[in-house]
Design a protein around this ligand. Structure first.
Ligand SMILES: Cc1cc2nc3c(=O)[nH]c(=O)nc-3n(C[C@H](O)[C@H](O)[C@H](O)COP(=O)(O)O)c2cc1C
Length: 353
């Protein structure tokens, strides 16, 4: 495979590649009207026009164009650039071509001179760009009126530090805080809507990013999204739970000591579970921490482990359904902050519950 600069005669092939990719890969996240409107704006003449104002690259294999991407100045600025029109042929996705396109663009002179690079990201490509080190612009994880996320990357961390203002951090903290407050245990029906693999990966990555005692990383995960395997798992859960969930994540632990006789496996998987629950909520899905149910004396967790061929040494301790909720979660009553938290010392007559 080679990466080279776009030539005028590539316009038709690039336009065809974009059309196919939008209709194939992006159709799970966007309506046909939205995609057809995009396709109309990315005809061969439009591509040739874009290539005049931007540095446009193509990835070619055996004479076929299988990927493309461009970089241009961000609204005419010399020290800010933007990436555009990044597509990989559906048959070639998952082979690192997208990564190579980004790396090629980031080595272009328009990237090297820029302090900041922006990407208007589709819902479909969002997890990929986040993996490539781009973060939400100004910390705002919001979709705009064009149904795109605005992402950005600073060329070095010092310029990022300079540019991230206190207000932006406040907004990010506010969003995280809202996700934490709004997360609820959901035990209702789920919509019959598949959870894309990249979302499941994002949730599991969030879980595995959690701290662990002495970094022993005692937690492992299995996501089940195959309807046949799901059916087998649900068949051993009695009384039933998560019956309509399109995916579940099973949490496994290895009860090994962190040091001396201190085992932090419970703390490790609890931290991982909470990270996953927060990510599930942030993505608009619902879940519930099912642990009591599957670790009780009837040992449902062991039965699920058997169905999933979990190797010896791992214990299946929790099940998290993942899916779009059909209903609303019921908010349980929670004690107020002043009933459970204090500054310095509680007053002598205060009860610590
Ligand atoms: C260790 C642990 C085990 C739990 N096990 C179950 C369970 O087996 N079944 C269930 O319906 N909920 C279970 N939950 C969820 C709690 O019931 C729930 O978090 C609590 O009622 C507070 O509601 P909230 O999550 O909406 O804040 C568990 C939660 C934790 C932390």
């Amino acid at each position: 495979m080679i990466f080279r600069k776009f030539l005028k005669q590539d316009a038709q092939a690039v336009s065809d590649l974009i059309t196919l990719t939008l209709r194939t890969s992006n159709s799970k996240d966007y309506s046909p009207e939205y995609l057809e409107n995009d396709i109309q704006r990315l005809q061969p003449d439009d591509i040739a026009g874009r290539a005049e104002g931007q540095h446009f690259y193509v990835a070619e294999e055996d004479g076929e164009i299988i990927g493309c991407g461009a970089i241009g100045s961000y609204w005419g600025k010399e020290d800010e650039s933007s990436l555009f029109t990044i597509f990989v042929h559906p048959d070639y996705q998952g082979r690192g071509i997208g990564r190579k396109i980004i790396e090629t663009l980031e080595q272009d002179e328009l990237a090297l001179r820029a302090k900041r690079i922006e990407i208007p990201a589709s819902i479909t490509a969002l997890p990929f760009y986040l993996k490539m080190g781009y973060t939400y612009k100004n910390g705002k994880a919001v979709i705009d009126e064009e149904q795109l996320y605005r992402l950005e990357k600073y060329r070095d961390s010092t310029s990022k530090q300079e540019n991230v203002m206190v207000g932006d951090r406040k907004e990010l903290a506010e969003q995280i805080y809202q996700v934490m407050l709004q997360r609820r245990s959901y035990r209702g029906k789920y919509r019959a809507e598949k959870v894309p693999r990249d979302k499941l990966e994002m949730i599991m990555e969030a879980g595995l990013a959690a701290p662990s005692g002495c970094n022993k990383q005692t937690t492992s995960l299995i996501a089940v999204d195959d309807p046949n395997v799901l059916k087998e798992v649900l068949a051993v859960i009695d009384p039933p739970i998560a019956v309509t969930a399109p995916a579940i994540i099973c949490v496994l632990t290895r009860r090994i000591n962190a040091y001396r006789d201190r085992c932090f496996a419970v703390q490790d998987y609890s931290a991982a579970i909470e990270n996953m629950l927060l990510m599930i909520s942030a993505l608009g899905y619902a879940s519930c921490w099912y642990e009591g149910h599957i670790t009780d004396t009837d040992r449902i967790g062991d039965k699920i482990a058997k169905v999933l061929h979990v190797p010896d040494g791992y214990e299946l301790v929790c099940l998290l359904p993942v899916g779009r909720p059909e209903g609303e979660a019921r908010a349980p009553k929670k004690m107020k902050l002043e009933e459970r938290a204090w500054f310095n010392r509680p007053e002598p007559d205060e009860t610590i519950r």
